[in-house]
Design a protein around this ligand. Structure first.
Ligand SMILES: NC(=O)c1ccc[n+]([C@@H]2O[C@H](COP(=O)([O-])OP(=O)(O)OC[C@H]3O[C@@H](n4cnc5c(N)ncnc54)[C@H](O)[C@@H]3O)[C@@H](O)[C@H]2O)c1
Length: 256
């Protein structure tokens, strides 16, 4: 792997364990030379995230629950002290209550709707705003993870599909805001991968089997493939791309 990100720094939101898409992305970025900060949600995940981060050179680990604005501020204060600047933000977090991810969408409660949007969509804007002072003048990149449930009705995805649609629209507005500063903002729409969050979606295993038969490549994607797409959107080879949603789904989205 070429060290195309040597001397660059990034922050990764969303590692829960080694199956996390955020972890696959982090590995691709680190292999290319990027120094990383990781955040974790709550004491329960701290040990796992610290153990994983220790596998990558010079990484740091910080707590962050995006529903607590002061924790978002503290993350970037700590990164400022440790790294001095920031080139990349990877936003790979989402949450909806289990009861909102089954049955009919119209049963979604206002509380459940707001929580899903706060964590899964609004947090991108909040994190971007907090990161900006450290990203000035560095032609940085921001990448988030979405799903085809933003465009199409996927049974069981429910309120998360609405939140992903808001996330993808946020990518476009943020890209337009930050383009004049040379900062690019893109999303990856990943095919289904078995992770902790995915297990919360009803009948996820069935979906994995169904999708594999219906993709152009006749298989599911791997977390590593999502990680390498993240490297592409972070690095110089994608320098002409911003405001886009890149499908990394083995071609599922083109099939009729
Ligand atoms: N796995 C898939 O099939 C798939 C497909 C397309 C998109 N995605 C997206 O990829 C992203 C990563 O999910 P994953 O599948 O790797 O699962 P994951 O469970 O490994 O990661 C989700 C992360 O969100 C974090 N999170 C939840 N609430 C948070 C909060 N309040 N503050 C901070 N962090 C919080 C969790 O701690 C966890 O690390 C999500 O945005 C998900 O929607 C996943």
């Amino acid at each position: 792997m070429d060290r195309i990100l040597e001397g660059k720094t990034g922050v990764v939101f969303g590692v829960a364990n080694k199956r996390s898409l955020a972890w696959a992305c982090a590995r691709s970025l680190s292999d290319a030379g990027m120094r990383l900060a990781f955040t974790y949600l709550g004491d329960r995940l701290e040990k796992t995230v610290r153990q994983l981060a220790a596998e990558l050179p010079n990484s740091i680990v910080l707590p962050c629950d995006v529903t607590q604005p002061e924790q978002v501020t503290e993350v970037f204060e700590a990164i400022g002290k440790e790294f001095g600047h920031l080139d990349t933000v990877l936003h790979a977090i989402a949450f909806a209550r289990k009861e909102e991810l089954q049955g009919d969408f119209y049963h979604t409660t206002k509380e459940g709707y707001m929580l899903a949007h706060e964590v899964s969509a609004y947090s991108l804007t909040e994190i971007t705003r907090a990161a900006l002072p450290l990203m000035e003048g560095r032609e940085g990149t921001i990448v988030t993870l979405s799903y085809i449930g933003a465009d199409r009705v996927i049974p069981g995805y429910n309120v998360m599909g609405i939140a992903k649609a808001a996330l993808e629209a946020s990518v476009r507005y943020l890209a337009a805001d930050l383009g004049p500063r040379g900062i690019r903002v893109n999303a990856i729409s990943a095919g289904p991968v078995r992770t902790l969050s995915a297990s919360g979606v009803k009948d996820f295993s069935k979906r994995l089997d169904n999708v594999a038969d219906r993709t152009a490549l006749r298989r599911n994607v791997t977390a590593e493939e999502v990680g390498d797409a993240c490297l592409f959107l972070t690095g110089p080879h994608s320098r002409g791309i911003t405001g886009s949603v890149l499908f990394v789904d083995a071609g599922f989205h083109i099939m009729g």
